[in-house]
Design a protein around this ligand. Structure first.
Ligand SMILES: NC(=O)c1ccc[n+]([C@@H]2O[C@H](COP(=O)([O-])OP(=O)(O)OC[C@H]3O[C@@H](n4cnc5c(N)ncnc54)[C@H](O)[C@@H]3O)[C@@H](O)[C@H]2O)c1
Length: 353
C-alpha cells in the first residue's frame, strides 16, 4: 500500500497527539491489541500507512526543529504518550497573519525566521493533503493555508471551527481545482457534543420532553485560551446548532466553551445539564461531568479523516466530501443526525471504486 503523505499547518497539541499516535499504532498488527482506535484498518489503510512529510508553525520554539521535538515544545501541554524518533521533517515558518490573538500573545513566541514558500514546500514534499490545526481564532491564516493547498494541489482538512468546507465558495474553489475539502471543526472521539446529542436522542426517543439543556466546558490548552479571546461566540453557535439538530422539536439549548483554567493543562472538563418531563409531566433532570484530555481526543478521528480523504483522492472526488464532513466534523456543509452521518460514511467506505 502506498504511504499517505500528510502536511500539518500548526504544530500544537492536536498535532502532537497525531504524531505520537502514528508512532504508537505503527506496530499494531491485530485489531484486539489496538485499544483506542475506532478503525485499525480503513479503506485498506492502517495508521502506519500515514506519513507526515511537512509541517508549518510560527512559534520560535518549533520553527527550525525536527517535528519529533517540536511537538513537545512549549506552550504545547499535551501529554507525552510515547517516544518519537527523529522524523527528518523540519518545521517551517508559515505566515503569521492572525495566528496570535490578544489572549495568546504572551504565550506564543513568534519566530523571527522569514516566512517560507509554503505552497512550494507542500509540492516538493509530495504532500497529498494539508491538515489545518491552527488556533480557531486564526481565520485569515486558515484561509491562507487553504489557498496554499489549492496552489500546491493538495486536499484540505479543516479541523478548526472556521467556516471553510461549509462555505459554498470555498467548496466550489476546491471542486474547480478537482481536490477534496473536508471540515469544519473536528468531532472528538469522546466528544461532549456527541455525548450531549446521544443523551438527548435517547431521552427523546423514550418519550421524555426536554425543556432546557446546556453543555459548557473549561480547558487548559492554548486553544482554550484563544477561544476565550476570539471564538467563544462562533463555537457556541456551531455547538448549539449541532446539539439542537439532535432533537425533533425545539427546546432551550446552549452548548459551548466557557473558560480557561491554566492548571488543567491539556485537560478539559465538560458539564452537562438536562431538564425535562416524562410520564404525566413528572420532572426529571441530569447533571453530569465529563473529564477528558483534549489533544488525544482528536487522534482517532483525525486518523480516520486522513485515510478517508486518501480514499476520496484515489476516487478523484472533488469539492466538499459530504460523507467525511458529516462523519467527522461538527459543522459540515449540511447538518444531519448521527445515524444518517454514520450510514453515509459506511456507504462511502464500502463503495466499490
Ligand atoms: N480535541 C481537540 O483538540 C480538537 C477538537 C476539535 C477541533 N480542534 C481544533 O484544532 C485546532 C488545533 O487545536 P490545538 O489544541 O492543537 O491548538 P494549539 O493552540 O495547541 O495549536 C495551534 C498551533 O498553531 C500554531 N500557529 C498559530 N498561527 C499559525 C500560523 N499562522 N501558521 C502556522 N502555525 C500557526 C501555534 O503556534 C500552535 O502551535 C483548533 O482550531 C481546535 O479548535 C481541536
Amino acid at each position: 500500500m502506498p504511504k499517505i503523505k500528510v502536511a500539518l499547518a500548526g504544530v500544537g497539541n492536536c498535532a502532537s497527539a497525531l504524531v505520537q499516535g502514528l508512532k504508537y499504532y505503527a506496530e499494531c498488527g491485530e485489531e484486539g491489541r489496538c485499544v483506542g482506535l475506532r478503525n485499525l484498518v480503513l479503506g485498506g489503510f492502517r495508521p502506519r500507512d500515514i506519513e507526515v512529510v511537512a509541517a508549518f508553525d510560527i512559534d520560535g520554539r518549533k520553527v527550525g526543529e525536527d517535528l519529533s521535538e517540536a511537538i513537545f515544545a512549549q506552550p504545547n501541554n499535551a501529554p507525552k504518550l510515547v517516544d518519537v524518533p527523529l522524523s527528518n521533517v523540519m518545521v517551517y515558518m508559515g505566515s503569521v497573519l492572525d495566528g496570535v490573538g490578544e489572549y495568546t500573545k504572551n504565550v506564543v513566541q513568534v519566530s523571527s525566521h522569514p516566512e517560507e514558500n509554503v505552497a512550494m514546500i507542500l509540492k516538493e514534499s509530495g504532500a497529498e493533503m494539508l491538515v489545518n490545526l491552527l488556533p480557531s481564532g486564526a481565520v485569515k491564516a486558515s484561509q491562507w493555508y487553504a489557498e496554499q493547498a489549492l496552489v500546491a494541489g493538495c486536499a484540505f482538512v479543516n479541523a478548526t471551527p472556521d467556516f471553510i468546507a461549509s462555505d459554498a465558495a470555498w467548496a466550489q474553489r476546491f471542486a474547480m481545482a478537482e481536490l477534496p475539502l473536508v471540515g469544519d471543526d473536528l468531532i472528538d472521539q469522546v466528544g461532549a457534543t456527541t455525548l450531549h446529542k446521544t443523551l438527548l436522542q435517547l431521552l427523546s426517543m423514550n418519550g421524555v420532553r426536554i425543556k432546557e439543556t446546556y453543555q459548557l466546558d473549561v480547558g487548559g490548552g492554548t486553544e482554550s485560551l484563544d477561544t476565550l479571546g476570539r471564538t467563544k461566540e462562533i463555537k457556541r453557535v456551531v455547538k448549539t446548532k449541532s446539539v439542537e439538530a439532535a432533537l425533533p422539536y425545539q427546546a432551550a439549548v446552549v452548548a459551548g466553551s466557557t473558560d480557561y483554567v491554566d492548571f488543567l493543562q491539556n485537560r478539559r472538563d465538560s458539564y452537562f445539564w438536562i431538564k425535562g418531563v416524562h410520564f404525566c409531566n413528572v420532572p426529571m433532570q441530569i447533571d453530569l461531568k465529563l473529564s477528558t484530555v483534549d489533544a488525544p481526543n482528536a487522534g482517532s478521528v483525525l486518523l480516520d479523516v486522513i485515510r478517508a480523504v486518501k480514499m476520496a483522492l484515489e476516487r478523484k472526488m472533488k469539492g466538499a466530501i459530504m460523507p467525511i464532513c458529516a462523519y467527522a466534523f461538527k459543522h459540515p456543509p449540511q447538518l444531519m443526525s448521527i445515524e444518517a452521518a454514520e450510514k453515509l460514511f459506511a456507504e462511502f467506505v464500502a463503495e466499490e471504486v
